[in-house]
Every structure is written in C-alpha cells, then in structure tokens.
Design a protein around this ligand. Sequence first.
Ligand code: PLP
Length: 416
Amino acid sequence: MDPLKDVADCRDLEFLRQNGARADFPLLQNEDLVFLDSGASAQKPQVVLDALTDFYRTGYANIHRGVYRLSQQATELYEGARGKIQRFLGAAESSEIVFVRGATEGLNLLAHSFVRPRVQPGDEILITQMEHHSNIVPWQMLGQETGAVLKYVPLTGTGELDLAALPELLTDRTRVLAVTHVSNALGTINPVAEIIRLAREKGVPVIVDGAQAVPHLAVDVQALDCDFYVFSGHKLYGPTGIGAVYGKAEHWRAMPPWQGGGDMILSVTMEQTTYAEPPACFEAGTPDIAGAIGLGAAIDYVQGLGLANITAYEQELLAAGTEILGAVPGLRVIGTAADKAAVFSFVLEGVHPHDVGTFLDGDNIAVRTGHHCAQPIMDYFGIPATTRASLGVYNTAADLEALAESLLRIRKFFRV
Ligand code: PLP
C-alpha cells in the first residue's frame, strides 16, 4: 500500500478541522506567525514550490516552438495546466481558457477586446459598487475613450448588492455587466447565477470576477452560464504573475487579439499578419510557463483537499470568528451579508485601522488595512479604511482567538 495515498485519502473535512492545512505550507512552519491576509495573496504549499523548482531544474524550455523533446514536454506541461483549469472551472473546452498575468490583466483584456468593439457613445457598462478597482478602472478608461457610460448596482447596509435595482439598470443600452463573485473587502458572496439569469433575459453578456471566489467555492462556468470568468493564481495558493480567463468559445472566436507578438500568429508578411486560433492569439509572447505549471499544481492541491471540504471548513471558521470577534467591545464588522466568505473587515472604535494593523504586526499577526482597492465601498460606509482578516485553508480558530486577544490589548493601549 502506498502510505502517501493514505495521507491523501485523509484530506477531508476532519483533516482540516484538526489543524487546518498549515503543515503543507513551509512559510507557516514559523509557529508564531498568524497569517490572516489570504485575500491579498495566499501562501504557497510545498507541492506548488516543488512544481516550480522541478520545472526549472529538470524540465525547463520555451514552449510551442521547439522540435526538441524538452520543449515538447514543457509544452505538454503548460497545455496540461490549461486542461486543469478547464476542469476546475467546468469549461467545455480547454481552448476556452486564456492565460493572463492575473485577474487585472484578464479584465483589461476583456475591456479591450470584448467590450470596446461593442460600445458606442451613450452605451452603458454596468458594474457594481462592490468591485475591486481592477473591475472599475478599466471600464472608466474605456468610457473616457468611447463615450460609454458607467453605471453601478448599489450596495445595501449589510454589504450586499441591491438586486431590486438590477432589472432597471439593465437597459437596452447595456453592453456588458461585470460583477465580482465574492467581494474582497466585505466577503459577500454574490448570487451570480441569479444575476446572470437576469442579465440573460435582457441579452446582456456577463463577466464574473472570480479572484476571491475560486479559493473558497466550487465554480462551474457552464452551470453559471457566464460569458467570462477571470481569476488570479496567487490567491489560489499558486504563483504570482499567472491567472486565467474563461470565455465562451464563440466569444473568443469573434474577438480581436489585444497584444501582438510571437506565438499568436499563423503567418506574418511585411504587409500583414494572420492570427492563430484562440487561445493562442490572446497569448502573445513567451508566457509565464512555470507560473502556469505552478497554478496547475495549486489546482491539484485544492482539489486534493476538496472544494466542498474547504467551503465547509471555512464556513465553520467564519461562524467561530463571528463569535470570537463579537466579544471584542467597540469592534464593528463591515459586511454582514447572509452569504459570506471567511473575511472579517472591521473598524475598532477610536483606533485608526493602520494603527490596528501595526499593533497586530507587533504580535506577529498579518492583516490588511486600508481601502482594499475598493474605495467606493468605503465611501458607501463613510469610512476611510478597515482592518481585514481574510482566511485560507491553513487558518484555525486559534488564529482568530489570537487576533481577538491582540485587539483587546490594543483597546487597553489606546484607552478606548
Ligand atoms: N478582483 C478582486 C475581487 C480582487 O480581490 C483582486 C485582488 O485583490 C483583483 C480582482 C485583482 O487581482 P490581481 O491583483 O491578482 O490582478
């Protein structure tokens, strides 16, 4: 019997309940560190580090163009990673997956190649007040360039989208709806299936920003029936510099490329270029080959834990943390949606979030403070910033207790 297989078989909800998956993460072997900033970027398990170093040490070559074996093997690994993403997202074909640097680049690609050719002055681009800046700024830039108007689905006091406003905001001038699946600043899980259904009724294509969703929930792009789904590898326990965009094949085929260069062409003369088929025509130049392979390893890793187990475990942490932090006087959680990921964005009465973050760092607790690249949310709540604890598979309730204890000391220190 393979002993490693036994370990793999033990990776269920009970396994996570014992001590999270902390033992898988070399950086977290420093036992004093309480890492609560996975929403910004997640730590990397050994298997991802191994995939990166193995590739560089034993399998490295450029892809797609070499006739020699090493290059062909590298191509297989890179394209294999594309297949892993296809299955991870439930896409019909691996050619529907385009590698990008991350969610930000994916959204810019879509603004440029999918939406730009569709908009005329006065047309509308619909987003929400809950978006990360990466799903706001590209649309503002496009609006300035084309005369298209940006509209927002408003928030409610619990940090949910006011979906009652959606049908009226979807007009016959709406050319696209771009919405986040999970809010980075609030943790809110949006009912994207319902949102997509409403948009479909009006014939409006939908882009889903899944950057904060894929580490926490199983996603099935065909069941959702979204037109595009974007995410970043580094929040999914994978490397930085790599992410992916899922898009329906019919869209990719109709879209113009956005960057020109090597590897995206069929032929080039001095006069003109014939482009390769998707996805190649959207991946100009040498891509982050190792990053893609590392992302494939990260997907294997989370699938080994099981997305359903991860969701269930993190929901337990959310419930535990809500109770633990609820006992800290003067702490107000911003974002109390009924459906939430394990994110605690909060303000502590009388202490600026940056002071909270600095004090917590003194206790070796890593959290994010600031506006979390979501300033319209802060404007809605009338606050400049929050302190955010965002959890991952390696966290435990003990981390949240350490956070609460430290917050109680901060209150004493600041005499609030
Ligand atoms: N969308 C959301 C909801 C995010 O939280 C982030 C990053 O925090 C992004 C998009 C942008 O991701 P990246 O910086 O990896 O491109």
